[in-house]
Design a protein around this ligand. Structure first.
Ligand SMILES: Nc1ncnc2c1ncn2[C@@H]1O[C@H](COP(=O)(O)OP(=O)(O)OP(=O)(O)O)[C@@H](O)[C@H]1O
Length: 375
């Protein structure tokens, strides 16, 4: 069931159209991440859900209740939408101690004193801050302040949580820890969570669903697996993955009934099920799918090793293949690759093809069963 529904949302700032027309359904209890580069409209979308920003046109429905409708003149203010927030700056009140920061909304909602006390104790324990209730925010580290903001969400028990780049002010180690904490929090609270980030690792590690945006338009919406393995277009393919996916120019051809992709003077045989007319294409392969082989085989390509960068459990290898820069990733610490006489293979079942004009992925043909069902 959809807990958050956006219908035909547009948002203009003066003459700038930040959201041209957005439709989004967020299922109850899911963790959905809005992901995209700076300025793509993630924060605007979140603020429209929260009611901190009024959409220009469209409809917002939260838990079955219309909280915004341009047609019917409905606008429910943020404080009456039953939402919890965490933003980049944790928005703690500097003049209030930790306990007051956590319970302020509860006392404003006139919750009985024993409920407030219980919820405070529970929230402090969950974020491991028991004992620090008496401190001011300025007496806490960045990570601890972040935990106070999380504790406030736990105490409020809202069914919808909105988070806008909540980890971006933390150092790398704390960020990794907090990712785990937020994921655990989501599992425990089961609140519908909308999370904004431009960090693909955060999106891949935490989400049930990732919504990739560009210029206010959704490019793809799917599970982390789908977004990573079946990118809908070149933008998504390039945005997700570190090191970046390799994009190469090739030519789809049919030779003696077999489909091949020609890459410079090499021919790579393909599954015949690929749609798409013969002609120029962009083909893509993830660095970890490039095979480094010991000796020349029928489909191997000679490569030159430019740079080898071990990162601990993996090694990033920058190669030149037929005059093109290609990045490979191997799952071990490696420093002793020879510079020349390396052979690599692009396994055909790991290649993804994109239309050169539209940038859209070229799909595989439907199976015979699928095709007859569709007919
Ligand atoms: N108050 C505003 N006035 C005018 N333009 C705005 C305003 N807020 C946002 N914009 C513009 O709307 C577009 C979307 O902005 P938004 O903040 O939603 O992007 P974002 O994807 O969250 O970016 P970031 O990751 O940098 O926060 C941008 O082009 C931005 O410049």
């Amino acid at each position: 069931m959809s807990e958050i529904t956006l219908r035909n949302i547009t948002k203009s700032y003066g003459s700038h159209l930040a959201l041209p027309s957005l439709d989004l359904d967020i299922p109850k209890g899911s963790f959905v991440t809005l992901l995209g580069p700076s300025g793509c409209g993630k924060t605007t979308t979140l603020r429209v859900i929260a009611g901190l920003e009024q959409a220009t046109t469209g409809e917002v429905v939260l838990g079955g209740k219309t909280v915004y409708s341009s047609r019917n003149g409905v606008f429910v203010p943020p404080e009456r939408r039953g939402l919890g927030f965490i933003f980049q700056s944790y928005a703690l009140w500097p003049n209030m101690k930790v306990d007051r920061n956590i319970t302020l909304a509860l006392s404003e909602a006139k919750q009985p004193a024993h409920v407030i006390k219980e919820r405070l104790a529970e929230a402090l324990a969950k974020v491991q801050l028991t004992g620090l209730a008496d401190r001011y925010p300025s007496e806490l580290s960045g990570g601890q302040q972040q935990r106070v903001a999380v504790a406030r969400l736990i105490a409020a028990r809202n069914s919808i949580l909105l988070m806008d780049e909540p980890l971006s002010n933390l150092d790398a180690k704390l960020r990794t820890e907090m990712r785990t904490e937020l994921k655990r929090l989501h599992r425990e609270l089961q609140a519908t969570t909308v999370y904004v980030t431009h960090d693909q690792v955060e999106a891949l590690t935490m989400s049930d669903v990732i919504v990739v945006m560009r210029d206010g338009v959704i490019q793809q919406q799917g599970s982390p697996y789908e977004i990573y393995h079946d990118p809908a277009n070149l933008f998504v393919a390039e945005f997700i993955g570190d090191p970046r996916i390799n994009l190469l120019d090739g030519m789809l051809e049919t030779v003696e009934g077999e489909r091949i992709v020609r890459f410079e003077d090499a021919a790579i045989p393909l599954p015949t099920s690929l749609q798409g007319a013969n002609g120029p294409v962009t083909f893509a392969i993830r660095p970890e799918n490039i095979a480094i082989v010991e000796r020349q085989g029928p489909f191997s390509l000679q490569a030159e090793v430019d740079i080898v960068q071990p990162t601990g459990s993996q090694t990033i290898i920058s190669l030149t293949v037929k005059g093109h820069r290609v990045t490979a990733l191997i799952p071990r610490f490696e420093t002793s690759l020879p510079r020349n006489n390396i052979w690599i293979e692009f396994p055909a079942d790991q290649l993804t093809f994109f239309d050169k004009g539209s940038g859209n992925r070229i799909p595989l043909k439907q199976s015979v069963v699928g095709a007859s069902q569709a007919a």
